[in-house]
Design a protein around this ligand. Structure first.
Ligand SMILES: [Zn+2]
Length: 112
């Protein structure tokens, strides 16, 4: 992210969910989520294994619930959140564009 010219802080523990990147002046945060642990919808990496399916389903559902709660708490405090998925890290050009869009926008839309 630094290479795109944005200044940020890493892992600010005071904020809900300990976002991976925090842009204090812009009041924006970014989470980098693993597709499996955070259940990236319609992503191959987010598929639940066939063995011990129920165990994984409830465990991962809790992660997703927690993520949603953190994002809601952040929004309530005036922070905008962007979630970057692990699988999206493979395409750096697209990722750079997404970051730039997110950090330069002032509109109130939340993209997940
Ligand atoms: Zn994914």
């Amino acid at each position: 992210v630094h290479s795109f010219g944005f200044r940020y802080r890493l892992h600010v523990k005071k904020l809900p969910g300990k976002p991976d990147l925090v842009f204090r002046q812009r009041k924006k945060v970014i989470f980098v989520h693993g597709c499996f642990w955070h259940q990236h919808a319609s992503c191959r990496e987010g598929r639940i294994p066939d063995s011990r399916r129920e165990y994984w389903q409830s465990k991962l559902a809790k992660n997703v619930e927690r993520d949603a709660a953190h994002i809601a708490q952040l929004a309530a405090a005036g922070w905008k959140t962007l979630v970057i998925w692990e699988c999206g890290m493979r395409n750096l050009v697209e990722l750079g564009q997404e970051l730039t869009d997110f950090l330069s926008e002032n509109r109130c839309d939340k993209r997940l």
